[in-house]
Design a protein around this ligand. Structure first.
Ligand SMILES: Nc1ncnc2c1ncn2[C@@H]1O[C@H](COP(=O)(O)OP(=O)(O)OP(=O)(O)O)[C@@H](O)[C@H]1O
Length: 369
């Protein structure tokens, strides 16, 4: 079932809007991430979807049904939080079956379904254990199975991996992806971790200060950020930024006149900075010159700090043999992708703006395999 927000606002104190007139559609059967820094309104948005919060203004639809006035129970959403919230005195199987017991599903039926769900999340060998006997990852698997036990219309996950260590986080995000694909349940996943979002999502809604910055596929966010906030929030290492005034002349023959006069910031991805003698020979811009500040090699990779336009920028598209000497000038060039110019308001003005999508994406735009 898709989820539609129409001009939704939310003020906790009925005065100051945390979310201000936002509209979007979360497509059916896919995994959508709400991504943004702390306090941007991710949990508020999720709680509006679940029905734990009611909007101050606007309407919310599940499919064709207006659910704005319906509570969490009536909306039949499944929720998973970071702290698992399993019942400590119940076994794994009883935890998973609990929502079905509340719904008065016959015992034989709920035990059968409970075992199926345990197998789906790979805890079928732990059925008689108590939560305290499980690892964090296993507890989160049980929490997901329990959320799925009520056959939810929508599955909502609020930072479900933040209590897990780094390795388990990666393993569990793949597992959530698999479970979502196998069940096909429309899923909304809240995270502040851009890498997590990029790996797990069909599409990502980037929020900042209660406003949608961009809502599209992970690749499109990376390749065509609408604004400087998105360009800096998505990608690691963080995109290089240089005041356009410092390097405007280098771009004179490359950008249209309007961009030449309106541009205030250039942002360049580290991998888009390559040696002037790039063997692939697919450069767009004139050769540029900077000063090599420092270079580091980590196994097969190099990281190069360059001074260009009175700014230190990072390049990771160099091979060791292409490096120069620290303190000496170095010729380099830019790849066509990963170079953007933003105006005073922070909006991308070059390459040309492509209209972004806040409505359901065409299936061809969904890049997840
Ligand atoms: N119950 C509340 N009463 C008043 N203000 C609140 C309440 N809950 C959240 N806020 C405020 O609303 C804003 C958005 O909070 P929200 O929890 O949605 O952000 P978030 O993006 O989920 O942040 P985090 O990643 O830190 O959980 C914040 O400024 C927060 O202080």
């Amino acid at each position: 079932m898709d989820v539609k927000f129409q001009n939704v606002s939310l003020a906790y104190d009925n005065v100051n809007n945390i979310l201000n007139n936002i509209s979007f559609t979360i497509p059916e059967g896919q995994l959508t991430c709400l991504l943004g820094p702390s306090g941007c309104g991710k949990s508020t948005t999720l709680n509006l979807i679940s029905g734990l919060l009611a909007p101050t203004d606007g309407q919310i639809f599940f499919g064709d049904q207006n659910v704005t006035k319906k509570d969490a129970l009536a909306r039949k959403v499944g929720m998973v939080f970071q702290n698992y919230a399993l019942y400590p005195h119940m076994t794994v199987l009883d935890n998973i079956c609990f929502p079905m017991k509340m719904a008065k599903v016959k015992k034989a039926d709920r035990l059968k379904r409970g075992r199926e769900l345990a197998a789906l999340v790979h805890v079928e060998t732990e059925l008689s254990k108590k939560p305290s006997e499980l690892s964090g990852g296993q507890q989160q698997r049980v929490a997901i199975a329990r959320a799925l036990a009520k056959s939810p219309s929508i599955l909502l996950l609020d930072e479900p991996l933040s209590n897990l260590d780094a390795r388990l986080r990666v393993e569990m995000r793949e597992e959530i992806r698999r479970i979502q694909k196998e069940t096909g349940v429309t899923t909304v996943f809240v995270t502040h971790d851009q890498e997590e979002a990029i790996h797990i999502a069909d599409q990502i809604m980037v929020l900042n200060e209660g406003k949608i910055q961009q809502f599209t596929t992970p690749n499109r966010l990376y390749d065509q950020p609408d604004n400087l906030f998105v360009a800096k929030f998505i990608g690691s290492p963080i995109i290089n930024t240089i005041p356009f005034a410092n390097i405007r002349d280098d771009f004179r023959t490359v950008v249209p006149t309007q961009v030449f006069s309106d541009g205030t910031t250039v942002a360049i991805r580290a991998e888009s900075i390559v040696p002037a003698t790039d063997p692939h020979d697919h450069l767009t811009l004139l050769p540029l010159t900077g000063t090599q500040v420092q270079s580091n090699r980590f196994g097969r990779e190099t990281s190069l700090s360059l001074n260009y336009g009175n700014q230190t920028i990072i390049a990771d598209g160099f091979r060791e043999q292409d490096l120069g000497r620290n303190g000496k000038s170095l010729q380099f060039a830019l790849r066509p992708q990963g170079v953007f110019v933003f105006n005073q308001a922070g909006n991308r003005i070059w390459p040309e703006t492509v209209a972004t999508n806040v409505s359901p994406l065409k299936s061809t735009e969904v890049i997840h395999a």
